[in-house]
Design a protein around this ligand. Structure first.
Ligand code: GDP
Length: 444
């Protein structure tokens, strides 16, 4: 679906990669071309504007990684921007109730692929060993009910028996009570669509949402309809408490940009992509994977990520050498604090440590919360260079000045200095016994 965009972007990057050093003007021009490529691919203008502004900011703020070509760094920035635009790392998945049955409401225009998607979801859930009930509330098109029943058979799940003449709200109530009585884990309500946005359709879907109190209300939109799909999503979102989007026909050869705007315009997560007519043609939406596919430059992204890591490693090694000599000043402490934050703060860091339970209590006692990390960084940055090098010179008047600068009490500065001394002592001890201390501290 993104082929044209992929081609355009690769040609931008190809042109850049011929050059060794990139000036600000080069990057500016490249981003302008990326901008045009995104607009031509039908990405909504405000979304593109935002994307370019952020990319520009990142390009100017990015540490220069000498081991990678500047052009590759631009690829990485574009990739990061796409991932962000598509909703960030990590797939959303369905929000299943702890108290079954989970109610899933499907909404969307006629022909968007709503009924097919309902069946695809049913199949996916039944493969996860969930007992699923499919119910069609489409009283306008009797054939729709038959279609869902047929699809249910294909998916190997149950469908609600068809009772002629019932209203959509009544069918919804019947589906819910059947699901409860018969111990279904999930009940999927497929509402009636219309060919265009239509008040009666919206009102009916809203009424059913009020009856069913769905845990998930998914809008199914045809990604090939471009900006219309975005408008549809927005209109539905105004009337229904949508929780996510499913974009169908991602296997088609449309321009695809609407899909890229969808998340940013509606604020709703894209949860699934329909990738074929077949009943198993539903992929969990993964922003990183889609961005990688659009750029078609997965190896470069990986390379830049690795180089950025190496940069951190080189810094860490330099720090280790200084530590081994017993040097640990407040600048190094500030570096440590910043690194801790980058690694997802204390929580993220602790997840990486083996034997973490032992240190958890100590850390809690030492008050190393993320907020505290920020305040400590503020204190250190309020010090002069000399003070950071030689904390011993910090007498009362200097401490008062720093406290005012960082907006904290003097007592907090004293705590930080004490902590710094303890860390410096600990590092000294570790460097003396040849690194065994590190292992002891981590409880390995
Ligand atoms: P509804 O009116 O919204 O319920 O739409 P349907 O579920 O009946 O789908 C309309 C047509 O689109 C059917 O022929 C489906 O097979 C087809 N369709 C649905 N999803 C996809 C998809 O992700 N890819 C492709 N290629 N076709 C799809």
């Amino acid at each position: 679906m993104f082929d044209a965009l992929t081609d355009r972007l690769s040609s931008v990057f190809d042109r850049l990669s011929g050059r060794g050093v990139l000036s600000e003007k080069d990057i500016d021009e490249a981003l302008k071309e990326v901008r045009t490529a995104l607009l031509d691919a039908d990405v909504a203008l405000p979304v593109v504007r935002d994307f370019i502004a952020r990319a520009r900011e990142q390009a100017s703020g990015e540490a220069v990684i000498r081991s990678v070509r500047p052009a590759d760094q631009v690829v990485k920035i574009t990739y990061d921007g796409l991932v962000e635009m598509l909703g960030g790392e990590g797939a959303e998945g369905l929000n299943l109730s702890l108290n079954p049955p989970t109610v899933i409401l499907m909404a969307g225009l006629q022909g968007s692929g709503k009924t097919t998607t309902a069946a695809k979801l049913a199949l996916r859930l039944s493969r996860e060993r969930k007992k699923v009930l499919l119910a069609s509330l489409d009283t306008r098109r009797p054939a729709a009910m038959e279609q869902l029943a047929t699809l249910a058979v294909q998916a190997g799940v149950d469908s609600l028996p068809i009772v002629a003449g019932q209203s959509a709200p009544d069918i919804a109530r019947r589906a819910l009570s059947s699901a409860r009585l018969q111990g279904f884990d999930v009940v999927i309500l497929d509402t009636a669509g219309r060919t265009t946005l239509d008040e009666a359709m919206m009102a009916e879907a809203a009424e059913i949402a009020a009856i069913g109190q769905p845990h998930e209300t998914l809008l199914v939109a045809d990604s090939l309809t471009g900006q219309d799909a975005v408008r549809t999503a927005r209109a539905f979102h105004e009337r229904l408490p949508l929780t996510g989007l499913v974009l169908t026909r991602a296997d088609g050869d449309g321009r695809g940009g609407a899909a890229l705007s969808m998340r940013a315009v509606t604020g709703l997560p894209i949860k699934f992509l329909g990738v074929s007519e077949k009943i198993d043609g539903l992929d969990v939406f993964d922003a990183a994977r889609v961005a990688g596919r659009i750029l078609g430059q997965g190896d470069i992204v990986a390379l830049v990520e690795k180089a950025a890591q190496d940069l951190d490693t080189a810094k860490a090694e330099a720090m280790a050498r200084r530590l081994a000599k017993g040097q640990f000043d407040l600048d190094m402490m500030a570096d440590q604090l910043a690194q801790m934050k980058r690694m997802g703060g204390m929580e993220g860091l602790m997840g990486l440590l083996p034997g973490v339970q032992k240190v958890k209590k100590q850390i809690a006692e030492a008050n190393i919360s993320d907020k505290a990390l920020d305040r400590q960084a503020a204190i250190i940055s309020s010090m002069t260079k000399a003070e950071r090098r030689k904390p011993d010179i910090l007498q009362a008047s200097r401490k008062r000045r720093i406290a005012a600068g960082a907006g904290v009490e003097v007592a907090e500065i004293n705590r930080l200095l004490k902590q710094h001394r303890q860390m410096a002592d600990a590092f000294k001890m570790m460097s003396r016994d040849g690194g065994k201390g590190f292992a002891r501290m981590a409880g390995m």
